[in-house]
Design a binder for this molecule. Structure first.
Ligand SMILES: [Zn+2]
Length: 248
């Protein structure tokens, strides 16, 4: 059957095949970006979870330290009370001086610990605030991931149908081509997505190299199938491009 095709008919088929192949490529490309985005987001979420874990650990440390300081303050406060009561019971000046001295020391200690407590309380507050923000951010990321995965699932269904349909169409087309021309076409496709290109203003529109005038005349008259001497692409007259592909 293929043997009966004229050069023009062969070229028409090649043009259709090339357009179909490029459309299939595009569909695969469209499909190919989402998985990458999803994977990146997965990684980012993991990082965010680590960050939150570290913050939580820091929070626990600060809370623990705060409890320790609180206990210290209580002990100091009790000792202060004890000493203040003792002041009324002392018998000698020497005892009195000693208690006053210790009281001063205890008060100073208590002040220091109270300052430390205040600092820790501020730290805890800041960490809590940051944790809240980071948790919100994590929730947003998870929402985004969910949306992307949904989009992917929807696209997968639609795209796979489209690709399947186009690939069937392609198979039918390919069968009509002379085997040699098809295998040549397939070889060019390994290097160029657009294996068949129109001749435009005397040049190959794939690599822009100029075609000899004699070749151009022969090509326009469908003398035979021509290949670009520079890039190897199949060349066809520009007029063929305007025809809409026929679904067979
Ligand atoms: Zn070329």
């Amino acid at each position: 059957m293929a043997r009966d095709l004229s050069v023009k008919q062969q070229l028409e088929l090649v043009v259709q095949l090339s357009k179909l192949d490029q459309k299939i490529d595009e569909l695969y490309e469209e499909f190919g970006e989402l998985p990458e985005q999803i994977e990146e987001l997965h990684k980012a979420i993991e990082e965010q979870q680590k960050k939150i874990e570290q913050l939580s650990e820091r929070q626990r440390e600060v809370v623990g330290e705060k409890t320790d300081v609180h206990l210290k303050i209580q002990t100091l406060r009790d000792r202060q009370k004890e000493l203040e009561d003792l002041l009324f019971q002392v018998k000698t000046n020497r005892q009195y001086d000693a208690i006053v001295k210790e009281l001063e020391y205890i008060k100073q200690q208590r002040e220091e610990e109270e300052n430390r407590y205040a600092t820790l309380a501020i730290q805890e507050h800041n960490i809590n605030k940051q944790l809240e923000q980071e948790q919100e951010h994590l929730a947003e990321m998870k929402e985004e991931l969910e949306a992307l995965e949904k989009e992917y699932a929807e696209l997968e269904g639609g795209l796979q149908n489209k690709i399947h349909r186009l690939e069937n169409q392609r198979e039918r087309l390919a069968k009509k081509l002379p085997r040699q021309l098809l295998s040549h076409y397939e070889r060019i496709r390994e290097y160029h997505d657009d294996a068949a290109v129109p001749l435009k203003r005397g040049s190959c529109s794939g690599c822009y190299s100029v075609v000899p005038p004699q070749t151009e005349v022969e090509l326009r008259n469908y003398y035979r199938v021509f290949f670009c001497e520079n890039c190897g692409r199949i060349l066809y007259p520009e007029e063929l491009q305007e025809k809409e592909p026929v679904d067979s």
